[in-house]
Design a protein around this ligand. Structure first.
Ligand SMILES: *Cc1c(COP(=O)(O)O)cnc(C)c1O
Length: 374
């Protein structure tokens, strides 16, 4: 389909991805590996195209949330190491072995299942041990009270046949806001590594920094960093800005094309629920984008899109497939509207929606074709 026939599309600027990759890379010490997080369809940018580009750029590792996401990349020919961040259900323990994935392991039971699967398949599988230093999500609990027990359990995991314990990692819960808590988590992680070393257990790849810590806390880079959002050109928090030299470039521009312009008389109600009433006669542009495209309904009557560089407020409720905006005097059928892009930052829409750019970007739905440039 030609672009002028598309209703709504997401332009993905792979040149901007290159720029962000190089910008982040330049912050790392020599020898530090780079893992690109491509979970959730690469935060809505298209995981295969992004993974291919990162592979070309020389990323050392990729990461996904689950087996299905990893399988999609492997069957499409991605050969780079892939870390599965989430737990794999025990009945699927053979999958990481067959797909040559690196499985995150956060408990002894799933480590045993993986070990049995590796032996049954006649091939070892790489693991990265997951440690919980304060997020209370996944991993071996690693606070002061559980340190000794955790050392025993990780030692038991590493002794299982068929498992190749290549890495160990933790995840910061509050790197955006609290240096103090981040350093507490980091210290716990280092203390654990020290205790394991005392038992003769070491790991080639120790990692903990996602985007925020990659930008804000260079001391946490260790052997590898794991940025996601920053690769796509967005800062997790304003406190992360200005630390990377050239600045990151947004990779996605979400666009739609004005489908109709209608002059609606004063006093008319607009859209479902009659939440908007026009005070004066108004030209309304109808945009073929709605919440089924991932455009949040909570932006009704508060968000905006940009047309000809001018911000156009959303009037009335966002519908499943359509939204209305104030067309001013100048907007015509066929004009392109930027829904998220440099002149209409996704950060602003996220703030209005009471959420974060991660949620808006990853919500851009399958109905929206991705068009790659660069
Ligand atoms: C999603 C995720 C990341 C990437 O986080 P960003 O904030 O997007 O950089 C890194 N590590 C883990 C464990 C994750 O789940």
């Amino acid at each position: 389909m030609e672009q002028h026939q598309k209703r709504t599309w997401a332009e993905i600027d792979l040149g901007a991805l290159d720029h962000n990759y190089r910008t982040l890379r330049a912050m790392l010490p020599a020898g530090c590996r780079f893992l690109g997080v491509v979970k959730a369809n690469a935060y809505g940018h298209g995981s295969l195209a992004v993974a291919r580009r990162l592979e070309q750029l020389g990323a050392d590792y990729l990461a996904v949330a689950c087996i299905d996401e990893a399988a999609e990349l492997r069957v499409s020919g991605i050969t780079a190491p892939i870390l599965v961040l989430g737990p794999t259900p025990i009945p699927l323990a053979a999958e990481p072995v067959r797909l040559r994935l690196t499985q995150s392991v956060g408990d002894l039971e799933s480590a045993k299942a993986l070990s049995e699967a590796a032996q049954a398949e006649g091939r070892p599988v790489k693991i990265h041990v997951k440690v919980d230093t304060g997020m209370s999500r996944l991993g071996f609990v690693c606070d002061e009270a559980h340190m000794a027990d955790t050392v025993e359990q990780i030692a038991a995991v590493c002794a299982l046949p068929g498992l190749e314990a290549e890495g160990i990692f933790t995840h910061f819960s509050d790197a955006d806001s609290s240096e103090e808590f981040t350093m507490l988590q980091f210290t716990r992680f280092l203390d654990l590594l020290e205790a394991l070393k005392g038992r003769g257990i070491t790991f080639a790849i120790r990692h903990c920094a996602a985007s925020s810590a990659t930008l804000k806390f260079p001391c946490t880079h260790l052997d590898m960093v794991r940025p996601g959002l920053a690769l796509y050109g967005h800062y997790p928090d304003p406190s992360c800005e200005g630390l990377d030299g050239p600045g990151l470039q947004p990779v996605m521009r979400l666009c739609t094309r004005v489908a109709a312009v209608r002059t609606v008389p004063a006093g008319s109600y607009v859209s479902y629920g009659r939440t908007a009433r026009l005070e004066k006669e108004t030209r309304l542009a109808v945009l073929p984008i709605g919440y089924a495209d991932g455009f949040f309904r909570v932006l009704s009557n508060q968000g905006a899109v940009s047309i000809h560089g001018v911000s156009r407020p959303i009037v009335g409720r966002v519908c499943m497939d359509l939204s209305m905006v104030d067309a001013g005097e100048d907007v015509q059928v066929g004009d392109v509207a930027t829904v998220y892009g440099p002149e209409q930052p996704v950060e602003e829409a996220a703030a209005l929606a009471g959420t974060i750019p991660y949620e808006l970007l990853s919500a851009v739905s399958r109905r929206v074709p991705r068009i790659y440039r660069g």
